[in-house]
Design a protein around this ligand. Structure first.
Ligand code: NAD
Ligand code: UFG
Length: 336
């Protein structure tokens, strides 16, 4: 079976491509390399011992998409392509809506015209807005996000729900990621942010390797066990295993289905720092700073629906997340 993976050169996409190749899928990657490099995919090919087809191009290029669907027997799409920096999205909302919403709609139109109606979409826990009760189940209401990035995820979910209502032949997974971290156990592929990392885990790793001086902890006065923000961190390899399960389940059902991909357990920023220090043997100096705008105090998943319907659950614990992050970072201090 041939799967088109948009954004397959990126952090999560490259891990998904590896898992797909290992599961004997034929893989076509479409990526414009705006936030990634071709090297990630060369490493994926080496790890898998199999080749993929790479097309450097943009999901907003309708002609290119039509050509891809005409020339390859694509049966499903995993759609990772998009911009993801929350702060940048506030400064450049049009770029985010054009890429993440406009690009997605162009992709779905090309799929519809080619008769390809099986889709796994990278959504986010950000669609729950500022939630009040934890854990978050898929039944919790979605809400306006505090930034255009989050808003673009919510908008694409709405587009896909309308599409599934209008045409019952579509099979769509809306995978709501909590906080993906970690790397493949080989240390060959991992997260490679351009410039200063926006997210906690790569920032910690870059401090430990000596690329950044110290971590800024955003907010020490939340109503949490140690005052710092609590999140549900999930190992990226567990996350992509959830995608392969969703792809299987979509073969036998139609409609648009939301599934949380999280562990069901939250850790604070300071717990993450301590766990990383213990595994790596490195010190991670930090200072307490003001809260970051738009952050919620805590957020973790109720993963029961995915466990029941996808027969999937996260298996890798905090130590493995830290060890794999550190192996990737220390083997590749400057990324790819
Ligand atoms: P990433 O930036 O590493 O990967 C995204 C990939 O898409 C990159 O390789 C980039 O070059 C490519 N891309 C961007 N715009 C494109 C376009 N118009 N055409 C073709 N390719 C394009 O990000 P990631 O962390 O791997 O995230 C993958 C997806 O998961 C994104 O949609 C992201 O919003 C979503 N997501 C990520 C997180 C997270 O914390 N990493 C959380 C929730 C959801
Ligand atoms: N944090 C710091 N210092 C940093 C970076 C983060 O203290 O340098 C804290 C944050 O305040 C938060 C926690 O670490 O408490 C996690 O922050 P991240 O930026 O790693 O992750 P977020 O939970 O803010 O955001 C992530 C994804 C988004 C997604 C969102 C959904 O990056 O794409 O989860 O909840 F939308």
């Amino acid at each position: 079976m041939t799967v088109l993976v948009t954004g397959g050169a990126g952090y999560i996409g490259s891990h998904a491509v590896l898992a797909l190749l290992e599961a004997e899928y034929t893989v076509l990657v479409l990526d414009n390399l705006v936030n990634s490099s071709r090297e990630s995919l060369s490493r994926v090919e080496r790890l898998a011992g199999r080749q993929l087809t790479f097309i450097e191009g943009d999901i907003r290029d309708r002609q290119l998409l039509d050509k891809l669907f005409a020339e390859h027997a694509i049966e499903a799409v995993m759609h990772f392509a998009g911009l993801k920096a929350v702060g940048e999205s506030v400064a450049e909302p049009l770029a985010y809506y054009a890429n993440n919403v406009g690009g997605s709609v162009t992709l779905f139109q090309a799929m519809a015209d080619a008769g390809v109606r099986r889709l796994v979409f990278s959504s986010s826990a950000t669609v729950y807005g500022e939630p009040e009760c934890m854990p978050l189940s898929e039944a919790a209401p979605t809400a306006r996000a505090s930034n255009p990035y989050g808003q673009s995820k919510l908008m694409v979910e709405e587009v896909l729900k309308d599409l599934a209502r209008a045409d019952a032949r579509w099979s769509i997974a809306l995978l709501r990621y909590f906080n993906p971290v970690g790397a493949h156990a080989s240390g060959e592929i991992g997260e490679d942010p351009q410039g200063p990392p926006n997210n906690l885990m790569p920032y910690i790793a870059q401090v430990a390797v000596g690329k950044r001086e110290k971590l800024s902890v955003f907010g020490g006065d939340y109503a949490t066990r140690d005052g710092t923000g609590v999140r549900d961190y999930i190992h990226v390899v567990d996350l992509v295993e959830g995608h392969l399960r969703a792809l299987e389940v979509l073969k036998h059902c139609t409609g648009a289905h939301a599934w949380n991909l999280g562990t069901g357990r939250g850790y604070s920023v300071l717990e993450m720092v301590a766990a990383f220090e213990a595994i790596s043997g490195k010190r991670v100096p930090y200072t307490l700073q003001a809260r970051r705008e738009g952050d919620v105090a805590e957020c973790w998943a109720d993963p029961a629906k995915a466990r029941k319907e996808l027969d999937w659950q996260a298996r890798r614990g905090l130590e493995e997340m830290m060890a794999d992050t550190w192996r990737w970072q220390s083997k590749n201090p400057d990324g790819y």
